[in-house]
Design a protein around this ligand. Sequence first.
Ligand SMILES: [Zn+2]
Ligand SMILES: [Zn+2]
Length: 159
Amino acid sequence: MNSLNSIICVCGSQQSYVDCCEPFHLATQQAQTPEQLMRSRYSAYVLKNAKYVYQTYASEKQAENPVKEIKDFADSCRFIKLTVIDSGYEENLGFVEFKANYFYQNLFCELNEKSEFIKEDGQWRYLDGVIHPVADIKVGRNDDCPCGSGKKYKKCHAV
Ligand SMILES: [Zn+2]
Ligand SMILES: [Zn+2]
């Protein structure tokens, strides 16, 4: 990954990566809100930084989410877009409701989740989430690409 400095962060914040999720990925800053942590976890998936995703799970969830599984999932998806719908927090507990769109093989998928976050040792961590099921869309090679580019799928996100 080079020349990320000038690019807009993949989390969809409209800020540059250096001013958005990179300081969290480099551990030079800690996320101040559950939404910041959630965005940085999404962008870590996109950038295939499985270790960061793993480390930002609540400690009780790390054993059931090994780095290898996170990496396999990240490698198998082409991530398109994150949309944060709502978020909020109190002292040690927070939530983020979001939609994440990605391709898995020839399926266009939407993860619609309300995630729960807790503070551990003063740092926000992802605990768990409730998923609202959304049907996957099977994409044909000659269909318009669901990413919204206006191109045919075969000329866009098909593999
Ligand atoms: Zn970001
Ligand atoms: Zn596309």
